[in-house]
Ligand binder design. Structure first.
Ligand code: ATP
Length: 426
């Protein structure tokens, strides 16, 4: 099996550990392993003709001096670190001892290329939101690029959008291959045997998202690290808030999902938390909040922490804004109040231990799932439920995730919560 992995959508800690696990498990199981840089955009762009021609007639790509490595790896990390991995700059030339990745988005990798990647933040192979892949022409180009390189299996690590893209791609695959035939593109340039190997595409999805907003899995890759980042921020704020007896309103990420806000509040000792799934039940939530904080102050608390999830709403579904919460605390309780928006600090930095363990176990499972895939089996999403790594039909999980957002928008919070229940059946 020739197996490629890409990361797509918003980055999250643990994506590099996924790449490492998939590459290593793939090689151990006898697969040829590739990475696709810059998400689906890299799949669409493929490799420039000079490189492409080499792989068309199966001539090995001119690899760099690999005498220091054991498996023909391509010094990928150095290339990426020296700027050659940048989609916009598109390469700055060779660094001594490394091979330029300019014009190469689909790159063969070996064991040593992903050495130590579990400890790196973000995604070293890059991620992007690709408009072109949303079009049939883009996906046609992506299919061509994959067949040309001989790749027949794809692991996608991203959010629900990326997994939807994966499902669309797989469902459409026979049609794409047919269209490439009809235009005479395949047989004129790629051997019939090679084309025949690609009658079906095998795809597996892994959820990389800091929001923990995917149904049918308990935890997404990157969410635990983001939670750690928020906790660290609250710890820092707690000391200064306490010193000055101040109130802080912290805005945290999570979109429609309040998981980060709720658990950060629990682990950081927040006084009040606003999450989308459980909005205030009355129009006078300001009174409720102020009474609660007043009580805390009366028993001697010198600091106040209020957490507002990005998607927090009131009982009329209007967004609850941090600035407004600040004004309420300042005007009604006379508290010296500041707003801190944690923003992208929540995304970055080294993955915590669990964001190394989970992607490692799930990456290994992804390779197993691909090796066992048949034309009739559904595409799977690798999840975790009750501490066990699971395989669930990818599209069911995406559909249920979308239903949660729709239920929240329709004010049906009970239904939204039931969709998040792993036992839920429609
Ligand atoms: P995040 O949760 O961080 O937003 P995401 O994976 O949901 O991550 P999206 O921007 O929704 O992020 O999707 C990432 C990419 O997946 C898109 O840029 C697009 O290339 C592809 N994609 C999403 N939906 C589709 C679709 N319906 N058809 C084809 N491709 C899609």
């Amino acid at each position: 099996m020739k197996l490629a992995i890409l990361t797509s959508g918003g980055d999250s800690a643990g994506m590099n550990a996924v790449v490492r696990a998939v590459v290593k498990a793939g090689i151990i199981k006898g697969c040829e392993t590739w990475v696709v840089r810059e998400g689906y955009e890299g799949l669409v762009r493929g490799n420039t003709e000079a490189v492409a021609e080499q792989s068309l007639d199966e001539t090995p790509i001119d690899l760099p001096d690999t005498s220091s490595t054991t498996d023909g790896s391509t010094n990928l990390v150095q290339n990426l670190r020296f700027g050659d991995g940048d989609l916009l700059r598109d390469g700055t030339g060779d660094h001594p001892g490394t091979r330029s990745l300019k014009g190469r988005y689909i790159v063969r990798v070996g064991f040593d290329d992903v050495k130590g990647w579990f400890a790196e933040g973000g995604t070293l192979i890059g991620t992007a939101r690709s408009k072109t892949f949303r079009t049939m022409e883009g996906r046609l180009q992506a299919a061509y690029n994959m067949i040309k390189e001989g790749i027949d299996a794809l692991v996608v690590c991203g959010g629900d959008g990326s997994l939807t893209g994966a499902d669309v791609f797989r469902a459409e695959w026979p049609k794409l291959v047919e269209a490439l035939h009809a235009e005479g593109i395949l047989f004129s340039r790629i051997s019939a045997e090679k084309v025949a190997l690609h009658a079906h595409l095998k795809i597996v999805g892994l959820v990389g998202s800091i929001d923990n907003d995917m149904s049918m899995t308990d935890l997404t890759i990157g969410a635990p690290t983001a939670l750690h980042r928020i906790c660290e921020a609250i710890d820092n704020i707690n000391s200064t808030a306490s010193s000055h007896s101040r109130a802080f309103v912290l805005e945290v990420m999570g979109r429609h999902c309040g998981w980060l806000a709720l658990l950060a509040g629990v682990s950081g000792g927040a006084d009040f938390i606003f999450i989308p799934e459980s909005p205030p039940t009355t129009e006078s939530w300001e009174d409720e909040m102020c009474q609660c904080i007043q009580r805390h102050r009366e028993v001697g608390k010198r600091k106040t922490i209020v957490i507002v999830a990005e998607g927090a709403i009131d009982c009329n579904l209007k967004p609850i804004k941090s600035e407004y919460v600040k004004d309420v605390l300042a005007e009604r309780l006379g508290l010296d109040t500041r707003v801190t928006t944690l923003g992208h600090t929540q995304r970055g930095g080294r993955p915590c231990a669990y964001d190394r363990i989970l992607p490692t176990l799930q990456g290994m499972e992804a390779v197993e799932a691909l090796l066992e895939a048949t034309p009739d089996s559904p595409s799977y999403m690798i999840g975790v439920q009750e501490n066990k790594i699971t395989r669930v039909p990818l599209m069911e999980a995406v559909k249920m995730t979308r239903s949660v957002s729709a239920a929240i928008e329709a004010k049906d919070f009970e239904k939204a919560m039931s969709y998040r229940d792993p036992e839920f059946k429609e």
